[in-house]
Design a protein around this ligand. Structure first.
Ligand SMILES: Cc1cc2nc3c(=O)[nH]c(=O)nc-3n(C[C@H](O)[C@H](O)[C@H](O)COP(=O)(O)OP(=O)(O)OC[C@H]3O[C@@H](n4cnc5c(N)ncnc54)[C@H](O)[C@@H]3O)c2cc1C
Length: 325
């Protein structure tokens, strides 16, 4: 029987496909419910699945997002299967508005897969951002880090195997696996809360590793609900709030009506005047930054990288310590 549920061709193309992330991780969209049209249906509380005009849906979806009328976007749901290093999972799980079911290392055997940062991501502590990295670390340090990690992980894996061989409970055997070990979960979340997650986690201030997962998920959202995705980029991701003082300053510089926005003749506001108006030097730097035109982000999925569930499962099973299953 053919489904009566509304579906989206671009989403169906990737449904159940596994997209590799980092060295052993993945994200798969295993199910979704609804799309942009369902946001419109919910907002209008309308009858049936009648066809909408795209322009009307687009206008409404963008209006709702612009004005923070968010509950209609809670009507669209996403279910993902994801595998990520435990330290990424720990950041991810802070988003409380999702439903999660994680692989139980009390019940199952853990695949012994550990995240090894690529040389390009092996950087020094950032001087300006206590939560960041910058500049390349010396090659010799990277080489030694790899050796040390390998030693630790071989030892941790061997201890895990040995404990299992001695029939020690899985919940105890796993306790010294490092946070670089990959875990997995099913993660279900609605579009409104997913976009909030993405705003925080595709941001360059988020840890690079979780950004890689968020970027793939953003590509999936683009396929399920393209109008909402576009509205998110325009009104959330790349929008910045303009404060009262900033508005005063900008009003001294430009004027506008329905016909045009124009620079006021010879208008200029110096840093000293901005400080007099109430901005701190940091706020002035932030205002200058806000005025730069943003580059449109590209979260397009590379569909040639998509793997099947069987291929991904085979890789995971290979890494499970054998003969104890
Ligand atoms: C760059 C970055 C650095 C971070 N650094 C740290 C850190 O050093 N230490 C640390 O502990 N965390 C850190 N976090 C995690 C951060 O503080 C949040 O816990 C995380 O981003 C989840 O955000 P959220 O609460 O908005 O999301 P969700 O949990 O998904 O919640 C979504 C929204 O629902 C509402 N909400 C949910 N639960 C409640 C509640 N109980 N009460 C009121 N409102 C609620 C809020 O409006 C919230 O914004 C960091 C996050 C980022 C992005």
């Amino acid at each position: 029987m053919e489904t009566k549920r509304p579906t989206v061709h671009a989403a169906e193309e990737i449904l159940g496909g596994y997209f590799p992330v980092l060295d052993h991780g993945f994200v798969a969209l295993v199910d979704y419910m609804g799309s942009d049209e369902d946001i419109e249906r919910a907002a209008r509380v309308s009858y049936g699945f009648g066809t909408r005009q795209v322009s009307q849906t687009r206008g409404l979806v963008r209006y709702l997002r612009r004005h923070r009328h968010t509950t209609p976007s809670e009507m669209v749901e996403f279910k993902f299967h994801c595998a990520m290093p435990m330290f990424v999972a720990r950041q991810w799980i802070r988003h409380r508005t999702a439903s999660v079911n994680e692989l139980s290392a009390r019940y199952s055997l853990m695949p012994l897969l550990f995240y090894r940062p690529d040389a390009s991501q092996f950087k020094l502590q950032s001087r300006s951002n206590k939560q960041g990295r910058e500049g390349g670390a010396p090659d010799a340090v990277y080489r030694e880090a790899i050796e040390r990690w390998e030693r630790l992980r071989t030892e941790a894996g061997a201890t895990y195997r040995w404990l299992l061989e001695e029939d020690v409970a899985r919940e105890i055997a796993r306790i010294d696996l490092p946070v670089s070990t990959y875990t997995q979960w099913y993660w279900k979340i609605d579009l409104h809360n997913l976009l909030h997650f993405l705003s925080l986690r595709v941001d360059p201030r988020a840890q690079w590793e979780i950004q890689q997962f968020a970027r793939v998920i953003a590509g999936m959202v683009k396929r399920v609900a393209p109008i909402s995705y576009e509205a998110w980029v325009d009104y959330d991701l790349q929008s910045e709030p303009v404060t009262r003082v900033e508005r005063e300053i900008l009003a001294r510089l430009v004027d506008g009506d329905d016909e045009a926005i124009a620079a006021r003749d010879g208008a200029r506001v110096s840093a000293a005047e901005m400080q007099d108006a109430g901005l701190s030097p940091r706020e002035i730097r932030e205002l200058v930054e806000k005025l730069r035109a943003p580059e449109r982000p590209d979260f397009e999925l590379d569909i040639s990288r998509m793997e099947t569930a069987d291929e991904m499962a085979a890789k995971m099973y290979e890494a499970v310590p054998g003969s104890f299953e």
